[in-house]
Design a protein around this ligand. Structure first.
Ligand SMILES: [Zn+2]
Length: 104
């Protein structure tokens, strides 16, 4: 299995969602009439977008770190116990840094 390919594809995905999100999260102008959305709704929505963006950025860092481990040749091994990470887990989450046991 080519995990590097998976990681790079994931990196592209994340970057794409992040940039499309940046466009849609312009700051709310509170003096501006915002149509049917109440001010509260607009703020809440913006908060949700910010949270989602933070999550994407965290994931991006995880993928970056995984690629780095790939270069070092330590990819696929748990950072905690040095055991090999389960293949099924890597397929579902190629950026995983810990085995299922240590993740808990
Ligand atoms: Zn482990």
């Amino acid at each position: 299995m080519d995990y590097k390919k998976l990681l790079l594809a994931r990196l592209d995905d994340l970057k794409e969602s992040l940039s499309s999100m940046k466009e849609s999260s312009k700051p709310v102008d509170l003096n501006d009439p915002i149509g049917r959305l109440s001010r509260m709704d607009a703020i809440q929505q913006q908060q949700m977008i910010l949270n989602a963006r933070k999550q994407l950025e965290v994931n991006l860092q995880l993928v970056d770190a995984a690629l780095e481990r790939f270069e070092k040749g330590t990819y696929g091994y748990c950072l905690q116990c040095d055991e090999e990470i389960d293949q099924k887990r890597l397929l579902a989450k190629p950026e995983a840094a810990f085995c299922t046991k240590c993740q808990r």
